[in-house]
Design a protein around this ligand. Structure first.
Ligand SMILES: Nc1nc2c(c(=O)[nH]1)N[C@H]1C(S)=C(S)[C@@H](COP(=O)(O)O)O[C@H]1N2
Ligand SMILES: [Mo]
Length: 328
């Protein structure tokens, strides 16, 4: 007999199977269908509260090293919406190297983050490999509260800790030929299991990219922390990209390599489906995704239990004054 797994009520449901996740969670989708028809009658109703065991397990993954005291950049100390609850943000993740459903937070604990190194290479005057402590010492850390908008029309507000990408750009000095940058995420098929079900090969490792002027913009940020602590693994420890005017998939997690290039680099989602995931991927309420509108988003507003609030999506996710001039 097949074991039907009905999501516990405290688990955050997939709001819909849209294409970013559709590549991966067909099996889950099928299970959900079966669950919907059979589950209610044959399985006990699960209580409304998370089991204290999983709640504790989640809390333990969020209990990383404190980075306090940390100064908040006054230009980014708040937005027009409240900061998302830490426990919600720490369990509602996308990190497809660790699966396609919402147990990623747990699976991602297998990521080995000790002795992390980031190789900076390509068209730069000073190519070099930084270890993480060096990066943190060299570039003063600050906190920034940013809106975060996934291409699948949900959003949060997150308090990142890190440093502007432009500081690293200045340190390595791209040459005149450098026009683009590519970020590569950690990938080891022995550790990152990857999603179980997919029709074809996936273009691992996860890569993303920017134009050099985008990277040098004030907003572009490398995060090494969140909520006052070092990054939990599920958020892309120990260093990930945060680009608040772009859809969330542009923010590569667990970066091991940064390469400066002349031509536009290949990226994970763009390689899978260039029609649905453009390279630029700026948040734009007037440009629908081929299969859904981007005019509104579901803001994950309260915690620790999930509650969605439907709000209007802002051009450039509300950051037009910083980045609008890059796109005229
Ligand atoms: N390496 C890697 N980076 C990734 C992803 C991924 O699957 N792998 N998912 C992206 C997507 S689709 C989103 S919405 C954000 C989610 O970040 P969060 O889980 O910290 O909220 O990470 C982005 N970075
Ligand atoms: Mo996303």
């Amino acid at each position: 007999m097949t074991i039907i797994r009905v999501p516990k009520s405290w688990e955050i449901p997939e709001q819909q199977v849209t294409s970013e996740s559709a590549y991966f969670n067909r099996r889950r989708f099928l299970k959900t269908l079966i669950g919907a028809s059979l589950g209610a009658s044959i399985l006990p109703i699960v209580g409304c509260e998370p089991s204290s065991e999983s709640q504790q397990a989640l809390a333990a993954t969020l209990d990383t090293t404190s980075l306090k005291p940390i100064k908040t950049n006054p230009a980014f100390s708040e937005v027009d919406r409240p900061i998302t609850d830490q426990q919600l943000a720490g369990q509602y993740n996308n990190f497809y190297e660790f699966g396609g459903d919402k147990s990623i937070w747990s699976n991602a604990q297998a990521l080995p983050t000790e002795d992390w190194k980031v190789e900076v290479t390509g068209l730069v005057k000073n190519p070099r490999t930084y270890d993480l402590d060096e990066l943190k010492k060299k570039f003063p850390l600050e906190e920034r509260v940013y809106r975060f908008r996934c291409v699948e029309a949900w959003s949060m507000v997150l308090p990142w800790i890190g440093f502007p990408m432009k500081s690293l750009v200045a340190d390595v000095e791209p040459t005149a030929q450098a026009k683009f940058v590519q970020f590569t995420s950690y990938y080891n098929p022995k550790i990152t299991q990857g999603p179980g079900l997919h029709f074809g090969p996936l273009p691992w490792p996860y890569t993303e990219g920017l134009r050099l002027e985008e990277m040098a913009n004030e907003l572009a940020f490398f995060a090494v922390g969140i909520y006052g602590n070092t990054l939990p693994k599920q958020h892309g420890a120990p260093i990930r990209a945060v680009l608040p005017w772009k859809y969330g998939f542009k923010g590569a997690k667990s970066i091991v390599k940064i390469e400066f290039m002349e031509a536009q680099p290949a990226t994970f989602w763009n390689t899978l489906d260039s029609h649905e995931y453009g390279f630029e991927a700026n948040v734009n309420p007037n440009k629908p995704h081929p299969r859904w509108s981007q005019a509104t988003e579901k803001f994950i507003s309260k915690g620790p239990n999930l509650s969605w609030e439907k709000i209007k999506t802002l051009p450039y996710n509300g950051y037009g004054e910083y980045v609008g001039s890059l796109y005229v």
